[in-house]
Design a protein around this ligand. Structure first.
Ligand code: CAA
Length: 256
């Protein structure tokens, strides 16, 4: 389906959202956000959609928030409209999200990619938080998510210098889970999404919640949360089905 700033596609239980402002390297503007928010929230409410791929073009996942749209904003404007806050719909989405990044993922582009549960990239990807070069700082979680992923030494250098990382450095430093050849990125992202979509929804949801919690709990709290989540899955039909299918040497048929 074509909107004006995004393209969407559904393939069974996997939905794909493609950022599509090629003339601006997919810079994130308000009109694009309106479409993204509507789409993500509708998919998240649809039980048939069990994984979401978010991607861009070969040249750019997104080169950041739209600088030209922000030039004239005042402090009051930014506060009053809670500037950029709508993009957190991606972080809040409960359906698993897979970012497939090729080319530039800068500023808000890098931050949106980091909001996704799984971050895959092509060998042509370039990541960075260049906000310092335009007199500002990351405003969509970059100082927090980048630091949690790559550690404070590298995050501090990237945020203070605006230097870009190539795909190899991004994988080595833990920003992305996997680098694949450009020609394989789409297929690998779809395959990853289909795989996640095929598992028990309850197990996927709880696994995801526990991994996310690891960034903000003590080890003891995180382990307690995981233990309770693990125990609770024994109340699901999918746990019985999964274990029975293993014992019977067949493929499980997960329901929810
Ligand atoms: N906002 C608005 N327009 C942008 C843009 C952005 N973030 N990034 C690129 N564009 C536009 C360019 O202005 C240009 O438009 P025109 O043809 O109308 O001049 C078009 O996209 C193509 O860009 P370039 O000609 O610059 O392409 P290039 O290949 O020479 O350079 C680039 C590519 C290095 C990514 C360069 O475009 C660039 O530095 N972009 C800005 C990156 C940036 O600073 N991002 C952070 C934005 S602030 C932010 O994101 C805050 C936050 O935390 C949420």
């Amino acid at each position: 389906m074509a909107n004006s700033h995004i393209l969407t596609e559904n393939n069974g239980s996997v939905a794909t959202l493609r950022l599509n402002r090629p003339e601006a390297l997919n810079a994130l503007n308000a009109a694009m956000l309106d479409e993204v928010k509507l789409t993500i929230e509708a998919w998240d409410a649809d039980p048939q959609i069990r994984a979401i791929v978010i991607t861009g073009s070969e040249k750019a996942f997104a080169a950041g928030a739209d600088i030209k749209e922000m030039i004239d904003k005042t402090h009051l404007d930014a506060m009053a409209e809670n500037l950029l806050d709508g993009w957190y719909c991606i972080a809040r989405c409960r359906t698993p999200t897979i970012a497939a990044v090729s080319g530039y993922a800068l500023g808000g582009g890098c931050e949106v990619a980091m909001m996704c549960d799984i971050l895959l990239c092509s060998d042509t990807a370039r990541f960075g938080q260049p906000e310092i070069t335009i007199g500002t700082i990351p405003g969509l979680g970059g100082t927090q998510r980048l630091t949690r992923r790559v550690g404070s030494a590298k995050a501090m250098e990237l945020v203070l210098t605006g230097r870009m990382m190539d795909a190899e450095e991004a994988e080595r430093s833990g920003l992305v889970s996997r680098v694949v050849p450009l020609a394989e990125l789409e297929a690998q992202a779809q395959e990853t999404a289909q795989r996640v979509a095929g598992f028990s929804g309850a197990a996927v949801r709880l696994a995801r919640d526990c991994v996310h919690a690891a960034g903000s709990t003590t080890l003891e709290q995180g382990i307690a949360l995981e233990q309770r989540a693990f125990h609770s899955l024994f109340g699901t039909e999918d746990q019985i089905e999964g274990m029975t299918a293993f014992a019977e040497k067949r493929t499980p048929n997960f329901k929810r």
